[in-house]
Each structure stands twice: as structure tokens, then as C-alpha cells.
Design a protein around this ligand. Structure first.
Ligand code: DVN
Length: 279
């Protein structure tokens, strides 16, 4: 009798233990599933909104702007459109929403010198490029496009720069460059590449859009900084620079100076040096 009773108790204890283990394992699975779900949801949300998140985060670095409004105006330029049919004019409302502020004597243009220019303007407060303005900075280095019949912003599968003229990215930079050049005033600076046969190309954005919009009622001079490296191929007598001078509005004074890239980099790494000592 006693033995049966003990066996009965043993069975009950074992059953209780099995039930407890099953419940414990289920609980662990439920907790894991919840944590995983929250993490993935966060990631999925973040991934699909990375572009907008980047745009807004960069915009919010500039005080006094309604970044959500600017985002909305930006999207209207390309969303729902054939990505090869986004003319520059589609971005007019965006330029109006965040107009370029003239920074007389401090505006830097460039062509085929993106890295050295931005290394300099990021480390020194002497000049500002388009990419340091609100509109230039929110989209610098990004790719985007829309599609007919869709309200989405795509960041992959978009036309490349040369695939078609009126793609969303190229039209933006063309329109923004025009707006930035329209705001140019005082002594304007441009960094060109002395390591290529034609530092000034009429087909570049600088040549085809910006130089043409420098207005002598606002721009006093254009100072070319020809960035050179050892035994370089060109200097300030390069014929393409004569073409540049011909493009300039009458009345704008032209200067050109060859400056070694090492000197610019030296200046970039010594913010205590006065701006004027850089070249
Ligand atoms: O003054 C600057 C600045 O204000 C800018 O808005 O326009 C001027 C620079 O444009 P640019 O004169 O045409 O000079 P680049 O160096 O030939 O081209 C500038 C940028 O346009 C390139 O750096 C490319 O951008 P990315 O990819 O480096 O972010 C882009 N670009 C130009 N031609 C391109 C191209 N990207 C791809 N394929 C091409 N053929």
C-alpha cells in the first residue's frame, strides 16, 4: 500500500515537473519571439525609411526650417513620375522652400576636385560649397527616384547619372547648382583640377550652368584655384581656362593661381592659420 502511495506521489511529481518544464520552454519562446519581432520591426521600419530618415536628420542640423515640409516638397518633384522624365523645373518649389543664402566672398565652386574641396571646407570655415547648404547636404551622395503609379521613393533600380538627362538626381543637382550660382556674390572662388588636360569643361555643371549664372551686378571676381600635384599636366595658361574667361559675364574680374594640393591639405589640417594664408 505504502509502496503504491509513494509511486503515486512520484508520478504526480514527475507530471508536475514535465508541465513546469513545458510552460517554462513556452515562456522562453514567447519572450524570444516578442524581442525578435520588436527588433525586426524596428529594423524593417528603419530600412524602408533610411532615405527619409537620412534626409530629415541632415535637415535638422539646420535651425529654423520645417524639415517635414521640405521633405514633402522634395518628394513632389519625382514621386509617381517616370524616373527619366523629371525635368529640373520640378525642383523649383524645393528651391523656393529652402532658398540659398548669399554668402558673399565665401562661396566655393569646384569641378573634378570634389574630395579635396570638401576636405578643405569641412575642416576650415573659410568657404562654403553647395554641399554645405541645407539642400546640398540633405542629398549629397544619395540616389533616389520614383515610378509611375507608385507613391514610393526608391533608392535602388534608379537611372544612373548618364542613363538619361532628366533623371531625379541629375536634375536636382543641375537645379540646385543653378540656384547656388544665382546666389553667388562678392569674390567667388572655384577649385579646378590641374591634373587633367582640361581643368575647365563647358559640359560640366560648373561650366554649363554655374559660370553662366555669375552676374557682374553681384559677383565682383572669380578666383580660380588650380589644384596641382607634382609634375602636373596643366597650369593657369591652359587653353580651357581662356574658354572659361570668355564665358564670364563682362565686368567680373578673373584670377587664376596654381596651388599645390599639399599646401591645401596643410591648410586644411591647421585651422588656426588665417584663411588668406592658404593660397
Ligand atoms: O561647383 C560644383 C558644385 O556646386 C556642384 O553643384 O556642381 C559643381 C561640380 O559639378 P561639375 O562641374 O560637373 O564637376 P564634376 O566633378 O564633373 O561632377 C560633380 C559631381 O557630379 C560628381 O562628383 C558626381 O557626383 P558623385 O557621384 O561624386 O556624388 C556627379 N557627376 C558628374 N558627372 C557624372 C557624375 N556622376 C556620375 N557620372 C557622371 N558622368
Amino acid at each position: 500500500m505504502e509502496g503504491e502511495c509513494r509511486r503515486g506521489k512520484e508520478k504526480k511529481r514527475r507530471r508536475r515537473c514535465i508541465i513546469f518544464c513545458v510552460v517554462a520552454v513556452l515562456l522562453v519562446f514567447i519572450i524570444l519571439a516578442v524581442v525578435l519581432g520588436l527588433t525586426l520591426r524596428g529594423k524593417t521600419l528603419h530600412t524602408s525609411d533610411t532615405f527619409q530618415g537620412t534626409f530629415i536628420a541632415r535637415c535638422e542640423k539646420f535651425s529654423g526650417y520645417d524639415c517635414q515640409k521640405i521633405w514633402g516638397v522634395f518628394q513632389q518633384a519625382y514621386v509617381g513620375r517616370d524616373p527619366c522624365n523629371v525635368p529640373v523645373e520640378e525642383y523649383n518649389p524645393l528651391i523656393d522652400a529652402a532658398p540659398f543664402k548669399p554668402a558673399c566672398n565665401r562661396m566655393m565652386f569646384w569641378s573634378k576636385t570634389k574630395d579635396v574641396v570638401h576636405d578643405f571646407t569641412e575642416k576650415r570655415d573659410c568657404f562654403g560649397t553647395l554641399e554645405e547648404t541645407l539642400l546640398g547636404s540633405v542629398l549629397d551622395g544619395l540616389t533616389w527616384c520614383g515610378k509611375e503609379g507608385s507613391s514610393e521613393t526608391f533608392t535602388t533600380g534608379c537611372p544612373r547619372w548618364t542613363d538619361c538627362e532628366n533623371n531625379p538626381v541629375r536634375s536636382f543637382w543641375n537645379r540646385a547648382s543653378a540656384g547656388f550660382a544665382d546666389a553667388a556674390c562678392g569674390d567667388v572662388t572655384a577649385m579646378l583640377n590641374g591634373s587633367i588636360p582640361t581643368p575647365f569643361s563647358p559640359a560640366s555643371i560648373f561650366g554649363s550652368i554655374e559660370v553662366k549664372r555669375f552676374n557682374s551686378t553681384r559677383v565682383k571676381s572669380l578666383n580660380i584655384v588650380l589644384v596641382t600635384q607634382d609634375n602636373d599636366v596643366t597650369n593657369c595658361t591652359n587653353p580651357s581656362l581662356n574658354d572659361l574667361q570668355k564665358e564670364l559675364d563682362t565686368g567680373i574680374k578673373y584670377n587664376c593661381k596654381e596651388v599645390a594640393i599639399s599646401q591645401i591639405q596643410e591648410c586644411s589640417s591647421h585651422p588656426e592659420k588665417p584663411c588668406g594664408a592658404c593660397w
